[in-house]
Design a binder for this molecule. Structure first.
Ligand code: ASP
Length: 681
C-alpha cells in the first residue's frame, strides 16, 4: 500500500506559513506559529515553550494517569489536574467511613499525603523528528532500534508516534513517576457540581480539580513508592496568576489531547452520525439508567461506581452532543462545500472520492457492531473480570496477583447492579439488532443471560477462590457463562475490526494523502495534525461563544450562578449548607475586581479529551485556569472546529485557590503555589 511519507516536513515546518487556524500544534515545531501567537498576545519565545536542552514550559506539563494532563505548580512537585481525572484515585482511597468523596480531603502535612496505588505521571523529556529513519509504524525494525537506544536501559519510556496519519514520525521520550500522592480533593458537591446535567454544557460552575504531589527518589528521579521518597523538584513549575481574565485576552492550553479526526470527508461524518453514533448513545444510556438507580439507593455503590459511571456518562453525552451539534452547526453541509472547493483539484477529488466510498453500509455496520460489542464488555465489570481471569489462568499467573484482582472486584462491586447492567445492555443490543452480534447475545433472554453470568463463580469471592484453587481451574473459569459471554463479545469486536482492517488501512493512507495534498494546494496555510495523545499547544482567546442564545453567549460565570442552580432543586446541583454559606460570602483575595468570585470561563481554544486537566495559560505562560470541558453548542470540534461555537471551558484558577484555601482549609498548600498578581494586559 502506498504510504505518503515523502518530503513532508513542510507540513509541520512551513517556513513561509502565516495562516494558522485553530489547531493542536506540536511544541517541537512551535516556531512556525510564534509570529501568529506573538501578534495575538504571546510574550514567550519558542524556546521558552519547548526546549529539550534547558527548562521550558513543557517540563511543567505532564501526562496524568492514563488519559489526562496535569501541571506542576510548585517547586515541591504539586501537580494539579481535574477532579474527573483524579476521582478514581480519590474513590479508591475512600470508604463509607472516611468518605473523601463527600467531604473532600486535605493533607495537613506531607506525611498525611495519600499514596495512590497504580497512578503514574509521565514527564516528556524530549521529542525528536525521526521521519527520515522511520517510514511507517509497520517499520518495526527501525522503531525497535530507535527506541532501544533512547530507553537507556529502562530509564525512559519511548514511543514513536505518527503525525498527519503517517506523513511524519516523532519519537517521544518520557520519564515515568510512580509515587504520586493525593494532597487535596474538593468535596464532590463542588468537584462534580452540575454532574451529568451540566457535563459538556455552558454556563458552568464546576470546581473540576484535584491536587497531587509527585515524589521521587533521593536523586530526584522516578522511583517506586517508598516512604523515604522526597517531593519531586521539577525543572520548571508554572507561576499562577490571580489577576483575572478578560474577554479578548490571548490564552493557550498545553497538554495531551487524545484524538481528533479532522481529515475526514463530509460523507464520512454523515455516515457515522446517522448510522453509528445513535446506537452507541442508546446502549450507554441503558447502562447508565441502571447505575443511576443503584447509586442513588446505596452510598457504597455510589462511591464504588463513581468513576465507572462518569466515564460511561461522559462518552455517551459527548457522542449525543456531536450528533446534535453537527446538525445545528450544519457541520456536514459546511464541510461539503469547503471540500467541494478542494475537489476542483483533480488529485484531491480522487482522494476524497475514495474516502467517501469507504463509508459503505457494510463498513458502518461493522463499525457499529464492533463498538456495541466493545461497550457492552467494558460497561460490565463482571465480564471484564471473567475475561481477565480466563487470560490469567491460561498463563498460570502468580496466584497472589490473581487473588488481589478478585479481592478488589468483590470489595468494590455490587452483584445486583452488575446483573441489571448486563440485562439492560443485552436487551438494548437485541433492540438495536446490529448485524453479526454473537448468538448467545441474540438468542437468550437478557434477564436469564444476565442472571447466569452473575450467579456462578464470578458472584462470590469464596466460589471464585475455590474454583481457582481447583486442579480444573482453567475449565471452571472457561465454562462460566460470564467468560463465554465476555469472550464472545471480544471475538465479535475483533472480527468486526478485522473485517474493516483493510478499509481502515486505506482510510489511514487517504487521510495522510488528504493532509499532504491540502498542504500543496494551500501552501500559505499551516496545517495542524490530528491529536494522538502527544503533547500539543493550542491557542486562541478568552472569548464567549456566538450562538445567539443569550444565556450561553457569555465568557465567565460566578459563584452567584452556583447558588442559583442549587435553588432549582436538581440533585446534580446539591450543596451542603456549609458550602452554600462559604460561596455566598467573603471571597478574600480570590475575588475579581468586580467583587464576585469568578468560577469558570470559556475560550476559543481547540481542545479535546486528554486535555482534561491541562493548564490554561496567559501570554506569559502563567496559569489562569484549568481546562476541563467543551461546550455542547460546538462540541463536534474533533471533526471541525467552529469558530463561532466551539469553546473550551476552564475553571478560573482563583476559584480553585478559593476552594483549597477556604473550603479545604488548605492555606498551607496555597502558600506553596508560586502566585503572581500582575495584569495580563
Ligand atoms: N471533559 C472532556 C473529557 O472528559 C474534555 C474535553 O473533551 O474537552 O473528555
Amino acid at each position: 500500500m502506498k504510504r505518503f511519507t515523502t518530503t513532508v516536513t513542510s507540513l509541520l515546518i512551513a517556513a513561509t506559513a502565516t495562516l494558522a487556524g485553530p489547531g493542536m500544534w506540536v511544541p517541537l515545531f512551535i516556531d512556525s506559529n510564534i509570529e501568529d501567537m506573538t501578534a495575538e498576545g504571546l510574550t514567550l519565545t519558542a524556546e521558552q515553550i519547548y526546549d529539550a536542552n534547558s527548562s521550558s514550559l513543557k517540563d511543567a506539563i505532564m501526562i496524568f494517569g492514563g488519559g489526562c494532563t496535569g501541571e506542576v505548580v510548585s517547586d515541591g512537585g504539586l501537580i494539579l489536574t481535574n477532579y474527573h481525572c483524579g476521582v478514581a484515585a480519590v474513590s479508591s482511597l475512600s470508604s463509607p467511613e472516611t468518605d473523601y468523596m463527600a467531604h473532600g480531603f486535605t493533607a495537613r502535612t506531607e506525611a498525611d499525603e495519600l499514596p495512590c496505588d497504580g497512578l503514574e505521571v509521565r514527564h516528556l523529556v524530549r521529542m525528536e523528528d525521526v521521519s527520515d529513519r522511520v517510514k511507517s509504524l509497520d517499520d518495526t525494525a527501525s522503531i525497535n532500534a530507535l527506541t532501544l537506544a533512547a530507553e537507556e536501559n529502562g530509564k525512559y519510556e519511548v514511543m514513536v508516534e505518527e503525525m498527519f496519519h503517517g506523513n511524519q514520525h516523532i519519537m517521544m521520550v518520557y520519564e515515568v513517576f510512580k509515587d504520586i500522592r493525593l494532597v487535596v480533593a474538593p468535596p464532590q458537591d463542588l468537584g462534580r457540581f452540575g454532574g451529568e446535567t451540566d457535563n459538556w454544557v455552558w454556563p458552568r460552575h464546576t470546581a473540576d480539580f484535584t491536587l497531587f504531589r509527585i515524589y521521587a527518589g533521593a536523586d530526584n528521579k522516578p522511583a517506586e513508592y517508598s516512604p523515604a521518597n522526597k517531593p519531586y523538584r521539577p525543572a520548571k513549575h508554572l507561576k499562577t496568576n490571580i489577576n483575572g481574565v478578560h474577554e479578548g485576552d490571548f490564552a493557550m492550553v498545553m497538554g495531551f489531547p487524545g484524538s481528533t479526526d479532522q481529515y475526514l470527508t463530509a460523507a464520512a461524518i454523515d455516515a457515522l452520525r446517522t448510522k453509528v453514533w445513535p446506537s452507541v448513545v442508546s446502549l450507554r444510556q441503558a447502562e447508565m439508567s441502571v447505575l443511576e438507580k443503584h447509586m442513588a439507593a446505596n452510598r457504597k455503590t455510589a462511591i464504588d461506581y463513581a468513576s465507572h459511571y462518569s466515564s460511561i456518562a461522559n462518552g455517551k453525552k459527548r457522542t449525543a452532543g456531536e450528533i446534535d451539534c453537527t446538525a445545528r452547526a450544519k457541520t456536514v453541509e459546511t464541510m461539503r462545500s469547503q471540500q467541494a472547493a478542494f475537489r476542483k483539484d483533480a488529485r484531491m477529488d480522487t482522494i476524497l472520492a475514495q474516502m467517501d466510498n469507504i463509508f459503505s453500509p457494510e463498513y458502518t455496520g461493522n463499525e457499529l457492531t464492533m463498538r456495541l460489542a466493545r461497550d457492552t464488555w467494558s460497561g460490565s465489570r463482571t465480564l471484564r473480570l471473567a475475561f481477565t481471569m480466563s487470560r490469567l489462568v491460561q498463563k498460570a499467573t502468580d496466584k497472589s496477583a490473581i487473588d488481589s484482582i478478585a479481592t478488589y472486584f468483590f470489595a468494590h462491586s455490587d452483584i445486583k447492579t452488575e446483573r441489571e447492567i448486563l440485562a439492560a445492555s443485552i436487551g438494548e443490543l437485541q433492540r438495536i439488532g446490529a448485524q453479526g452480534l454473537p448468538s448467545i447475545v441474540v438468542k437468550t433472554s437478557p434477564k436469564k443471560l444476565a442472571k447466569r453470568a452473575t450467579s456462578g463463580i464470578f458472584s462470590d469471592i469464596n466460589k471464585l477462590r475455590k474454583a481457582l484453587a481447583s486442579p480444573n481451574a482453567k475449565e471452571l473459569v472457561e465454562s462460566e457463562t460470564a467468560t463465554v459471554l465476555a469472550n464472545a463479545l471480544i471475538d465479535t469486536w475483533r472480527a468486526k475490526a478485522a473485517a474493516n482492517d483493510s478499509a481502515n488501512a486505506l482510510l489511514h493512507d487517504l487521510k495522510a494523502a488528504y493532509a499532504y495534498r491540502l498542504s500543496e494546494i494551500r501552501p500559505d496555510s499551516l496545517l495542524a495534525p490530528d491529536a494522538n495523545f502527544t503533547m500539543r499547544i493550542a491557542y486562541g482567546r478568552v472569548e464567549a461563544p456566538r450562538t445567539g442564545i443569550e444565556n450561553v453567549d457569555r465568557y465567565y460565570t460566578t459563584a452567584k450562578g452556583i447558588i442559583a442552580k442549587n435553588a432549582t432543586g436538581n440533585p446534580d446541583f446539591a450543596l451542603a449548607d456549609s458550602l452554600k454559606t462559604m460561596l455566598g460570602g467573603d471571597y478574600g483575595r480570590w475575588a475579581d475586581a468586580d467583587g464576585e468570585l469568578h468560577t469558570c470561563f470559556v475560550g476559543s481554544i481547540h481542545t479535546t479529551g486528554g486535555n482534561s486537566g491541562s493548564p490554561t495559560l496567559n501570554g506569559r505562560g502563567e496559569l489562569i485556569g484549568l481546562n476541563f470541558d467543551r461546550i455542547w453548542n460546538g462540541i463536534a470540534s474533533d471533526y471541525r472546529f467552529d469558530n463561532e461555537r466551539s469553546r473550551n471551558i476552564s475553571v478560573d484558577i482563583r476559584y480553585v485557590l478559593f476552594v483549597i484555601d477556604k473550603v479545604c482549609h488548605g492555606g498551607h498548600i496555597v502558600s506553596q503555589f508560586d502566585i503572581v498578581n500582575t495584569p495580563t494586559r
